[in-house]
Ligand binder design. Sequence first.
Ligand SMILES: [Zn+2]
Ligand SMILES: [Zn+2]
Length: 78
Amino acid sequence: VSPIRCAYHETRDALYYCGRCGRAICPDCVVKTAAGNLCRRCVEAPPRARRAPHLWLWVAAGILLFLLLFGVLPRILR
Ligand SMILES: [Zn+2]
Ligand SMILES: [Zn+2]
């Protein structure tokens, strides 16, 4: 019976499974967290998918620019 190898070390036996990606990992690669046993790569990776938080910032900046150009400037120029 060949033991399962660590996904990151080809020569080491895996004793754990990552709770996120499911990779077999050795004791040196396992990181025990409140969410369970995770591999190092999953711990280092951002927990959530990347979003675009700057989108609303750009929309707000665009509205402000619009108001500035078409709302405020004509009053100043008159
Ligand atoms: Zn993982
Ligand atoms: Zn390992």
